[in-house]
Write a protein that binds this ligand. Sequence first.
Ligand SMILES: NC(=O)c1ccc[n+]([C@@H]2O[C@H](COP(=O)([O-])OP(=O)(O)OC[C@H]3O[C@@H](n4cnc5c(N)ncnc54)[C@H](O)[C@@H]3O)[C@@H](O)[C@H]2O)c1
Ligand SMILES: [Zn+2]
Ligand SMILES: [Zn+2]
Length: 351
Amino acid sequence: MKANVFRGKNQFGIEEVERPRAGPGEAVIRVTLTTICGTDLHIVRGEYPVDPGRIIGHEPVGVIEELGAGVTGYAVGDRVLVGAITPCGQCHACLSGHAAQCGHGAGYRAAGGWRLGNTIHGSQAEYLRIPYAQANLSKIPPELADEDVVLLADIASTGISGAEAGGVRIGDSVVVFAQGPIGLCATVGARLMGAALVIGVDGDETRLRFARKMGADVVIDYRQQDVLAEIKRLTGGGADVAIEALGIQETFENSLRSLRPGGTLSSLGVYSGKLELPYDAFAAGLGDHRVVTTLCPGGKERMRRLMELVRSKRIDLRPMLTHSYSLKDIGEAYSLFGDRREGVIKVAIRP
Ligand SMILES: NC(=O)c1ccc[n+]([C@@H]2O[C@H](COP(=O)([O-])OP(=O)(O)OC[C@H]3O[C@@H](n4cnc5c(N)ncnc54)[C@H](O)[C@@H]3O)[C@@H](O)[C@H]2O)c1
Ligand SMILES: [Zn+2]
Ligand SMILES: [Zn+2]
């Protein structure tokens, strides 16, 4: 089969590789649609370590091709969505409600539920082996197209969880720092949770326009406005919840500084190096602030719930799929997505 294989920093591309087979408890799907994540960019740029030879990608939609022993309730030919995170469903972490920190049989392992395109082969390929299939194959309702659900695997699950983990309450004011794919979905999530005011911050005009389209009431261009002063003015002293969706010191600190006392910083970004917490930004530790972090929730029940939101028309992420490529042209897709050309938000990749 054809697959996009990571070989080393800035070295990746389509290769002919062996097709996977399903072992006990596993399934193989024929991938019909996938996409590229910002995290895949970190991988190909050598900023997040994965083993050379790994097939990249963690956002699969497909059709069941093969079912391993012990997987029940599914048939070859079923259309399925699989989350970016594929928890085992059986370990301490999974059974304690922290499935993304799946402990691989015992205890907890930080980000241990992220396997596809990380510790095992991923979805930018014609076929994909799904581990712990019983916990991870989510059947797609017939009325939903692949394009309706592909963005639920990662960015919607992550972004919406930013609002859930932040405990957004009805009538809250919420500010979302960065309006990339993750931040846009956090904006969607804040609306879903009942926020009365959602403020989107970015410095890219296309993305600020998108932020309005996805539900931001107000957008702030951080290059042109004093972001913190504007947030204080709009919220009457500080936001109830700030969602960080970029992963740098500046946005983390601004998130904290934009909160009212007692507010919650819900962090989604992936950080590198050192992250500092200036004492004055959180009232020297006396301001009742909360800081929470979340890895994309996965597993079949999460995917089912997200698909229900699409089916009931509470959310529509299709406009975020701005470009489309065949798998063989994935190199061009990486280039466009990586350089954020032509107003790209997400690219559809069809094997
Ligand atoms: N927690 C998780 O489970 C999870 C899952 C997927 C991705 N991520 C991480 O989420 C982060 C965002 O991903 P993405 O794909 O949306 O990123 P992206 O790079 O596509 O978007 C980032 C956005 O940030 C904007 N920006 C840059 N500097 C800014 C500033 N100072 N203030 C405000 N906005 C600024 C850019 O204009 C851009 O629109 C990354 O760190 C990614 O690795 C986390
Ligand atoms: Zn991702
Ligand atoms: Zn587990």
